[in-house]
Design a protein around this ligand. Structure first.
Ligand code: SF4
Ligand code: SF4
Length: 354
């Protein structure tokens, strides 16, 4: 499978500053993207003053979390101890998964690192724009931090971005501890966190058995739905792999469509095409999605909150697989409708943000 170039991601594109070398290089190669990208740049940043959800006391809560992440991102790589500690892959895997849980991860899995997990080139920051990525690590540890349901159910309002930014911090800290730990045992390890990824966490999480990728293009876990923020550590340490899972999300998404129907920018496909491996390939218009974020001042999150898997439904908990199981899918959608109507939404802020 072809590698993704980080320079083409929305976060990278939105960062190119007019007049900079990155800006000149990117739009000389991709002139068709210049107009729409310039229109984002003219809008306020996430949490910014002119955005729809801006509040002078609440917006800085999320903004300072992102600023903190920016300050620690250079700690993702570090010194490797000269003394190697030997143990078998099962023991190492057990310890590392234990550390992830101890520091607050809700789920953790391990998979071999594949070519398609790794970006081809860097793009997010001017200082390393265009650098080819050569990551010779063999394994990836991926963990998910649960986002609080009551905060996410207020999407797309300010509570949503306060919660997502908090969970990016949680994932970054867990990744730091695990990578420091592995390097102290004499093996290389790198933390991949917000603003400093060499790999694509969603693809790794799918292959490590944390869930499947739904119509909303987000990892969907059977217990937490799309309410997980992901972090990854890659390493040269040999570990034991987890298996991919299939709880029938493709069949569920074919019927459900809630994320596509309630997406405020209509960025998600209402239909899907069968792709390779007989899996559905749902498409996302990342440009219209990101444009909506800049208007809202939050990262929206409605495709997370409306998903039935994000809502701890009994009928989802009690069903092992939705594959070719139309009755179970209908039962879950009925339970959702009885509890929330057509879509979940909690109006207003929680008391501490009022
Ligand atoms: S984050 Fe919002 S705008 Fe983007 S795809 Fe999801 S629902 Fe649509
Ligand atoms: S909201 Fe429905 S269609 Fe969208 S990802 Fe969740 S289950 Fe699939």
């Amino acid at each position: 499978m072809k590698k993704t170039d980080e320079r083409d991601t929305m976060f990278a594109r939105a960062n190119y500053q007019p007049g900079s070398d990155a800006y000149k290089d990117y739009y000389s190669k991709n002139p068709e993207r210049k107009q729409i990208d310039d229109s984002f740049r003219n809008r306020t940043q996430l949490c910014g003053e002119d955005s729809m959800t801006y509040n002078k006391l609440n917006s800085p809560i999320a903004e300072c979390a992102f600023n903190f992440l920016g300050d620690i991102r250079n700690l993702c790589e570090g010194h490797i101890s000269k003394e190697k500690v030997e143990a078998n892959p099962e023991i190492f895997s057990k310890k590392i998964k234990g550390i992830a849980k101890q520091y607050g991860a809700s789920v953790v899995g391990i998979t071999k690192l594949k070519n398609e997990h790794i970006y081809s080139h860097r793009g997010r920051h001017e200082e390393n724009y265009g650098e080819e990525i050569n990551l010779n690590h063999e394994y990836a540890i991926v963990f998910g931090c649960e986002m609080n349901k009551d905060m996410i159910n207020r999407s797309p309002m300010i509570a949503e971005v306060i919660e997502t930014s908090k969970c990016y911090v949680d994932a970054a800290i867990i990744g730091m501890i695990i990578s420091y730990y592995i390097r102290s045992l004499g093996y290389d390890a790198r933390n991949h966190m917000d603003g400093n990824y060499l790999v694509i966490p969603t693809l790794i999480a799918k292959d490590a058995g944390l869930g499947q990728i739904g119509r909303n293009a987000i990892l969907t876990n059977k217990d937490f739905g799309s309410r997980l923020r992901l972090g990854v550590v890659t390493t040269t340490l040999s570990l034991s792999e987890d298996d991919e899972i299939d709880f029938g999300l493709d069949d569920f998404c074919k019927v459900c469509k809630k994320c596509a129907l309630y997406c405020p920018s209509q960025s998600l496909s209402r239909e899907g095409k069968l792709g390779f491996n007989n899996k559905y390939n749902w498409t996302v218009n990342v440009e219209t999605c990101y444009e909506k974020w800049r208007y809202l001042g939050t990262d929206c999150g409605m495709c997370i909150s409306v998903c039935p898997f994000s809502q701890n439904l009994e009928s989802i908990k009690n069903c092992d697989s939705f594959k070719k199981n139309g009755n179970a899918i209908q039962k879950a959608l009925n339970e959702y409708k009885n509890k929330f109507g057509s879509r979940v939404f909690i109006p207003g802020n929680p008391p501490w943000l009022r």
